[in-house]
Design a protein around this ligand. Structure first.
Ligand code: FEO
Length: 388
C-alpha cells in the first residue's frame, strides 16, 4: 500500500472503505474513503486521520514515504470518529506528536478518548510554520460539528477542507479529473443533503472566508480530491447553502393497498400538467438518504401515508423524522393519504411538515379506494392551488 503524491512533498495517505454501506443511517452504495494527508517538511505533519479499523492501511501508506514515528504534528480538523478513532493507535507510534485542533476539538477529543495528549488548541486564523511551508487554521464550526476547522497551506495552494466538499466514494482514483464528474457531483449532492444541509448559514460563512483564499486543490476528507472542478463544486455549495428551492416537486409516499399510491399519481398529474419536473419516491423502494439527495433543491415536498393503527406508516415516520432533522428550508409541503376509518395520518403528516416550517397546500384525504372522479378532483384542485 503506498502513498500518492499530490504535490511535491504532500501525499495522500488515506484509506479506502470499500465495504461501507451505512454511515450512521446514510446509505453509502459506493463505499467511502477517509482521506489523510502527509506533508514532508522540517516538521513532518499529518493532516486528518482515519477510522480505527483501517489504521494499518494508513500506517502502511505513511511508511511508504517516512517512518511514522517521525510525525511531529497531527492536525485534527474534525473529531468525528471517522477521522479520529485511529488517534489512540497513532499516538502509540508517535507519542510526542503535538495535536493541532480547535478548542472544541481538544475538548471533544478528551471526552472521546480520555487521554491527556499533547494538544495545542488553535485560534481561528492562527498559523503554524512547518519549515518551508505554513499552515493557517480557520474555524468552521458546524460544518459539520462544533469543532470543525479547515487548514490552508498557501505555499502549496491547498485547502484541507475535511468534511466540506466530500463525497462517499470508494475508488482507486484520487482526483476529479480521473473519475466521472457527474458521479462525483451526484455523490457530493447526496453528501450535502444528508450531512451538511442543516448548516447552510455556517456553510455560507465558511464559503465567505474560503473565497478569500488562493488555492488550486481541495483536499477533502471523503472521496475524490478536487483540482479541476473547484469552481463547479463551490458554485454548488453556494446554491445548496442558500436554501433557494427550484420549481421542482418530490412525492414521497408509502402505501398499503395502493390507494395512497393512486393519490400520489394524481398529485404527480398536477405537476406534470403545470410542466413542473416531478420525482416519485416510494418509500418501499427508495432509501431515505437517496430521497434527501432528490429534495435538496425541490420547492414542493409532497408526503403521502395511509392511516395505520391510528397513525402513519413507520416508513413515512422514519422519513419525516430524518428530513425534519436535516431541516430543508423555504419549501411548500403537501400531505395526502387514504384511510379506512380513523383517518389520522394526513393530520399527522401535516403537523410534521408544519413543524419543518413549510408553507402548506391544502391536504387530500380519501376513504378506502379512490374513484376516478376523486383522483381527477385531486389533480384539478392541486393545479388551481399551485397556480394561485
Ligand atoms: Fe466525516 Fe463529520 O465526519
Amino acid at each position: 500500500m503506498k502513498a500518492i503524491e499530490i504535490k511535491k512533498g504532500v501525499y495522500w495517505v488515506g484509506v479506502i472503505d470499500w465495504d461501507l454501506r451505512n454511515f450512521h443511517g446514510y446509505m453509502t452504495q459506493r463505499g467511502s474513503t477517509y482521506n489523510a494527508y502527509l506533508i514532508i517538511d522540517e516538521k513532518i505533519t499529518l493532516i486528518d486521520n482515519v477510522k480505527h479499523y483501517l489504521f494499518n492501511e494508513m500506517i502502511e501508506r505513511i511508511a511508504s514515504v517516512i517512518d511514522p514515528e517521525k510525525i511531529d504534528y497531527i492536525v485534527q480538523n474534525h473529531i468525528e470518529m471517522d477521522h479520529s478513532s485511529s488517534l489512540p493507535m497513532l499516538l502509540n507510534v508517535c507519542p510526542n506528536a503535538k495535536i493541532y485542533t480547535s478548542p472544541n476539538g481538544e475538548k471533544g477529543l478528551k471526552l472521546h478518548y480520555k487521554k491527556d495528549w499533547n494538544y495545542h488548541a488553535v485560534k481561528s486564523g492562527e498559523t503554524l510554520s512547518l519549515g518551508k511551508r505554513t499552515l493557517t487554521f480557520v474555524h468552521t464550526p458546524m460544518v459539520h460539528w462544533p469543532d470543525n476547522m479547515v487548514t490552508y497551506c498557501p505555499e502549496e495552494k491547498i485547502l484541507f477542507s475535511n468534511d466540506a466538499f466530500g463525497q462517499h466514494i470508494a475508488s482507486s482514483e484520487r482526483f476529479d479529473d480521473e473519475y466521472p464528474i457527474n458521479i462525483i457531483l451526484e455523490e457530493a449532492r447526496k453528501y450535502y443533503g444528508n450531512i451538511v444541509l442543516p448548516y447552510g448559514e455556517q456553510v455560507q460563512k465558511a464559503l465567505a472566508i474560503v473565497g478569500g483564499l488562493d488555492f488550486d486543490t481541495i483536499c477533502n476528507s471523503h472521496g475524490i480530491i478536487w483540482r479541476k472542478h473547484i469552481k463547479e463544486i463551490i458554485a454548488e455549495y453556494v446554491k445548496w447553502s442558500s436554501n433557494e428551492a427550484e420549481e421542482r416537486a418530490v412525492i414521497v409516499y408509502d402505501t398499503m393497498w395502493d390507494s395512497t399510491k393512486k393519490m400520489a399519481l394524481a398529485v404527480r398529474e398536477a405537476f406534470e400538467a403545470l410542466d413542473i419536473p416531478v420525482h416519485m419516491m416510494n418509500l418501499q423502494s427508495n432509501h431515505i438518504s437517496d430521497i434527501m439527495t432528490e429534495l435538496i433543491t425541490a420547492k414542493y415536498i409532497c408526503v403521502g401515508s395511509p392511516t395505520l393503527n391510528n397513525g402513519i406508516l413507520p416508513s413515512v415516520s422514519a422519513f419525516l423524522t430524518y428530513m425534519k432533522g436535516l431541516a430543508p428550508k423555504n419549501r411548500i409541503g403537501l400531505a395526502f393519504g387514504s384511510y379506512g376509518w380513523g383517518g389520522q395520518a394526513v393530520g399527522i403528516v401535516e403537523g410534521i411538515l408544519k413543524e419543518c416550517g413549510f408553507e402548506l397546500l391544502p391536504s387530500f384525504r380519501l376513504q378506502y379506494v379512490p374513484s376516478g372522479d376523486d383522483l381527477n378532483k385531486i389533480t384539478d384542485s392541486l393545479i388551481k392551488e399551485i397556480e394561485k
